[in-house]
Write a protein that binds this ligand. Structure first.
Ligand SMILES: Nc1nc2c(ncn2[C@@H]2O[C@H](COP(=O)(O)OP(=O)(O)O)[C@@H](O)[C@H]2O)c(=O)[nH]1
Ligand SMILES: [Mg+2]
Length: 235
């Protein structure tokens, strides 16, 4: 038991920055698809009142006042999820790019794996209405990750995932991966540790509300991180 009531086995973690409008649609849609899961929001003190909206919609909300970063928010939320007693934790973006309709299938697959990835780059996976530039960045990042880090996973940058407790124990050490590089750090550690990873095809759709937080500086940080990881210079 926790202060949030009888502990559910499943959590759905959503990192947010200025996603109030998207959460109004996302939270009810998660509840519709996985009624037995608790929703955890890690918000970095968004000025648009994301946290208040999330709370009013019944989510467990953590507000970080002095920190920013997708990776550090995910690490924070996954570790909180373990403390709260969840067995499986899904992670997904707030912007409806990750359709909650896939959650039941992904949680089901997680019974036989330590990491389930909602994948755009396996048979049956698709990307809709993403500009060409974003497609090239995403595909390029995956090709680089596969060749430099010798990864088998086809979509190592997807943020739509389900982690087991074992997998979360491993990503505790992704301390230098505070931004978008967290996704790659997590896959790298889980795959190299020999844990089982399953990719499930998804259709990814570009956001229609709010703004992407991926800028060229973050892409460069990601690239330097992967390079360092491949050379054994980063943990
Ligand atoms: N807490 C937190 N969430 C973030 C941060 N940056 C991005 N996010 C969230 O991470 C998810 C993915 O970010 P997004 O901007 O959609 O990236 P894109 O899909 O690669 O364009 C969204 O839910 C964002 O609100 C951050 O610094 N802190
Ligand atoms: Mg997005």
């Amino acid at each position: 038991m926790t202060k949030y009531g009888k502990c559910a086995m499943k959590g759905v973690l959503v990192p947010t920055y200025n996603e109030a409008e998207n959460l109004k649609e996302l939270i009810p849609r998660i509840k519709e698809n996985v009624s037995d899961a608790k929703i955890i929001i890690v918000d970095d003190n968004s000025p648009d009142k994301t946290a208040e909206i999330a709370e009013s919609l019944g989510a467990i909300v953590f507000v970080r006042k002095n920190e920013r970063g997708l990776g550090s928010a995910l690490r924070f939320g996954l570790l909180k999820g373990i403390e709260l007693g969840f067995e499986y934790i899904a992670t997904m973006d707030a912007d409806l790019s990750h359709d909650p309709v896939y959650l039941p299938k992904m949680f089901e697959a997680a019974k036989n794996a330590d990491l389930v990835i909602g994948s755009r780059y396996i048979e049956g996976g698709r990307i809709e209405n993403w500009p060409l530039k974003r497609r090239i960045i995403s595909k390029g990042a995956n090709i680089l990750a596969r060749s430099l880090l010798h990864l088998k996973v086809k979509d190592s940058t997807s943020g739509y995932r389900v982690y087991s407790r074992n997998a979360i124990e491993l990503i505790k050490n992704c301390e230098n991966a505070d931004g978008y590089e967290f996704q790659i750090c997590a896959v790298y550690r889980i795959e190299k540790a020999g844990l089982k990873i399953i990719e499930v095809p998804i259709t990814f759709r570009d956001r229609s509300k709010g703004k992407s937080k991926l800028g060229s500086e973050k892409i460069l940080d990601w690239f330097i991180y992967v390079l360092k990881l491949s050379l054994g210079l980063s943990s």
